[in-house]
Design a binder for this molecule. Structure first.
Ligand code: BGC
Ligand code: NOJ
Length: 815
């Protein structure tokens, strides 16, 4: 069953009933200030760091789910209801939530009163705007009371949920303008120079800032005493739980509308300008925000600017084809999710609590792949941040903190795939932009300026780290784990509660990873090309030798007969082999080895992918491995600790499905490539939402595998490397519009049934309008390409860089 539909022209997903199988959310904000916003107005917001600078409180894993957000209570005569459905679960005559690009709009009607709430973060300002419109659709006058409600978080989200002996005494607020402006200033006196603002642009009848006074101690959000009494108490919080609530009275004649603008903002003062007078905070930044967004017209203008921003961004890659599910995902939602993963990394979603992880070294590098074409300058800055956390020997902090940009000691290092992802991210950036100059940027190692060297040297250290850390078979040592965080081959953890990710781990010097070997061979040609094109011929020759030798090593020691092995454990035993009882075949090494074109020459590539199809494929995607581990293996770690079918233990871990998709295109099997693409693509499961449960417009990290009782159910939507890799697979390998060092290669690999498509691609300051004709019904192969009417030699469009639009016509077929 469906709970909504795609409105493609508006680039919105329209949710038509509030009781979705799980909260279906959106992200507000694009650079520093972010809000998570569910279809019932749940969620929270933060400035830059969801852990350290959280403005509003959110209780994860709460009962009922998703309670807490920006709420508006209506009192229409005696009738009390919440137009976003939650928290009162009010019966509504109509309801709709439109999630768009960086904004959401909830509209509902009850008893002749229409409500709409448009919520977004304006470009460049640190606040959420909630524009409310009330319309009297009835035939009689209405007296309506509106009560707003948010609950402040005492900034540090971790402390906020744990340190109550302290928290219950420290909360402080200020109230001005009779209550229309509420300021949350906990800890401002001491070590903070920031406060939060919750304001409305009209005079109010009253306000509350103390939670207990507003709600009643034993009430939930669904029964606030103040609303039921029809009157705010003008409470000023002192300790306990500061909130912000305005009480607004509106008289509406039949047909009349009234608009209110609420601003929820983050304000910062320089240390010497913190105070207006003793004990009174300097409101200058708040006043500036309110002046700017103090009217419905101003809010509308800010929303229009946001829409223009997204029009321009998504105009950089768009696709037209018969299959609308593909075009809306590839052209809109997949790219939108790539922006979110770039911004959030793995920090804040409805599954990531915002207090856990920093920016992952490997995650952030992979996120670049789907983002670099959108805002290359931000990708560039990110690359330099990431590289600065690398150690001089090429290894890397597994994570770094976005606020400090420093490596995170708690998680440490030793994930031996990490260094190679830097080559991958930088190569993608250079192919997109042609900016080889980035290689000469001086970048610190371990955040220490005195250790700075060129970015090129960082890449070399990455490359060399793999070359110099090999085990008994000559394959790369796995270290703590490789891409699969749960393959903890040097961990041997017996202590309950100990983290597999961080626990002291010994380096056996034996456990090896075939996946790292394949990642090395995959990135090899790019590294070699980078060396060649920057006059480093000797390094290129050395690298070519190392890559050729690793390829031979994989063929000699990484092949199981019908597929690629996964690894060797600390005893030197095979993992991912037919000799194993469980975990006989894994997806990652097979997808990546074929992506790296290993075995294209001798039939192994095809054999490997056939085995993947035969042993790992399901109707909802390809599972991570088979058979699932049924018992815990000390020598394998977390992967064998999960119940069969979930997460890395044979779940459909979506991230590496597109590796197989790309690998299939290497074999030219376009029909199969497209099949693997569609199976995990959420838009294709829209009418299966009761089983899948999560948003039909974004990828999830995992779908339960065939061994799980809930086979087909998705978890962990939004923050997953799946976003970037699926975008790469569909845009660059299926549709085949792929940046290469010489320009834009056109190399589609599509189902025979797809008779054509067109793509508009902005690339290095020129626009290419590409039309692909496949009336020949082939899966791969370009017969002719014309550029502005002239036949092109080969299929690489040169980077014309002239700011103009160019017509490209491609005919597929045999040469
Ligand atoms: C999860 C992985 C995750 C890791 C690091 C593990 O428990 O299964 O998917 O990457 O934790 O947080
Ligand atoms: C999620 C992590 O963010 C990512 O780095 C890792 O590769 C996958 N889990 C697989 O374990």
């Amino acid at each position: 069953m469906q709970y909504g539909y795609f409105d493609d022209d508006a680039r919105e997903y329209v949710i038509t009933r509030p009781d979705t199988p799980y909260p279906w959310i959106n992200y507000l904000g694009s650079e520093d200030f972010y809000g998570l916003f569910s279809n019932t107005s749940g969620g929270y917001c933060f400035y830059r760091d969801a852990r350290l600078l959280r403005l509003t409180r959110y209780r994860y894993n709460n009962v009922p789910t998703d309670s807490g957000g920006r709420y508006f209570y209506i009192r229409d005569g005696g009738d009390i209801w919440t137009p976003s459905w939650m928290p009162m679960k009010s019966a509504l005559d109509s309801y709709e939530c439109r999630h768009g690009m960086g904004y959401s709009r909830i509209s509902s009607v009850r008893s002749g009163l229409a409500f709409s709430q448009t919520s977004f973060v304006p470009l460049k300002d640190n606040c959420e705007i909630h524009k409310i419109v009330l319309t009297n659709e009835s035939k009689a006058d209405k007296d309506v009371d509106v009560f707003s409600f948010i609950e402040f978080c005492l900034w540090n989200a971790n402390d906020d949920m744990t340190n109550f002996q302290r928290n219950f005494s420290i909360g402080e607020v200020e109230v001005e303008e009779g209550g229309s402006r509420i300021y949350h200033k906990t800890e401002y006196r001491e070590r903070r120079n920031h406060y939060a603002l919750w304001a409305v642009n009209v005079p109010v009848a009253g306000f509350d800032t103390d939670r207990q006074t507003f709600l009643g101690l034993y009430n939930g959000f669904n029964h606030p005493d103040a609303v039921f009494a029809g009157k705010a108490n003008n409470s000023v919080a002192s300790g306990w739980a500061p909130i912000g609530s305005h009480h607004i009275k509106a008289h509406l004649k039949p047909g009349e509308s009234k608009a209110l603008v609420f601003v929820l903002g983050y304000c910062e003062n320089p240390d010497d300008k913190k105070w207006a007078s003793p004990g009174v905070i300097n409101k200058a930044p708040a006043n500036a925000l309110l002046e700017k967004y103090g009217s419905p017209e101003a809010a509308d203008r800010a929303l229009a600017a946001l829409k223009d921003y997204w029009d321009a961004l998504l105009g950089r890659f768009s696709v037209e084809a018969e299959d609308k599910r593909m075009t809306r995902m590839a052209g809109v939602w997949n790219q939108y999710q790539c922006m979110v993963t770039f911004n959030m990394s793995r920090s804040a979603s409805y599954f990531e609590s915002g207090i856990g992880r920093g920016m992952g070294f490997r995650d952030s590098n992979q996120d670049l792949l789907g983002f670099v074409h959108l805002v290359p300058e931000r990708a560039r800055a990110r690359i330099l941040d990431i590289a600065a956390t690398q150690f001089p020997d090429g290894s890397a902090y597994h994570q770094y903190q976005p606020l400090t940009k420093r490596g995170n000691n708690e998680v440490g290092s030793g994930f031996n795939d990490d260094p190679l992802w830097l080559i991958c991210g930088v190569a993608a950036y250079i192919k997109e932009t042609g900016d080889f100059g980035i290689l000469e940027e001086k970048v610190p190692f371990d955040n220490r300026e005195e250790l700075a060297d060129s970015l090129f040297i960082h890449l070399k250290r990455s490359f060399d780290y793999t070359v110099t850390h090999t085990g008994p078979h000559g394959l790369p040592l796995i270290g703590r784990a490789d891409w699969n965080d749960c393959l903890n081959l040097n961990c041997f953890s017996k202590t309950p509660g100990e983290s597999f990710q961080t626990t002291a781990n010994f380096e056996s010097g034996i456990a090896e990873s075939v996946l790292i070997a394949a990642i090395f061979v995959f990135n090899g040609p790019d590294y070699i090309e980078i060396c060649r094109r920057t006059g480093r011929a000797e390094e290129a020759a050395y690298a070519a030798k190392a890559v050729a030798s690793m390829t031979e090593t994989i063929k000699a020691h990484g092949w199981d007969g019908n597929w690629f092995l996964r690894a060797y454990d600390a005893y030197g035993h095979k993992i991912g082999s037919h000799e194993c009882e469980d975990g006989q075949i894994y997806i990652e090494s097979n997808g990546f080895a074929v992506m790296a074109e290993i075995g294209l020459d001798d039939g192994r590539a095809q054999k490997a992918l056939d085995s993947v199809k035969d042993k790992l494929d399901t109707k909802y995607g390809i599972v991570l491995q088979q058979p699932a581990y049924k018992e815990y293996h000390l020598e394998l770690g977390e992967v064998s600790s999960y119940p069969p079918g979930y997460k890395e233990n044979a779940g459909i871990f979506c991230h590496n499905n597109p590796w197989v998709t790309i690998a299939e295109t290497k074999l030219g099997r376009g029909t199969r490539a497209f099949e693997t693409y569609t199976k995990i693509c959420p838009a294709y499961r829209e009418d299966d939402s009761d089983l899948r449960r999560l948003e039909p417009y974004v990828y999830a990290q995992m779908v339960a595998g065939k061994d799980a009782p809930r086979f087909g159910e998705a978890k962990n939507s939004w923050l997953t490397g799946t976003a970037a890799w699926t975008f790469v697979s569909i845009s660059q390998y299926i549709l085949g519009v792929r940046p290469v060092f010489d320009g834009l290669l056109i190399d589609p690999c599509i189902p025979v049934a797809m008779k054509g498509f067109s793509v508009i691609r902005h690339f290095q300051n020129a626009v290419y309008r590409i039309t692909v004709n496949n009336s020949a019904g082939v899966e791969k192969g370009v017969k002719t390409v014309t550029l502005d009417g002239k036949p092109l030699d080969g299929a690489v469009l040169p980077a014309l860089g002239d700011g103009k639009t160019h017509e490209v016509s491609v005919v597929m077929g045999l040469k």
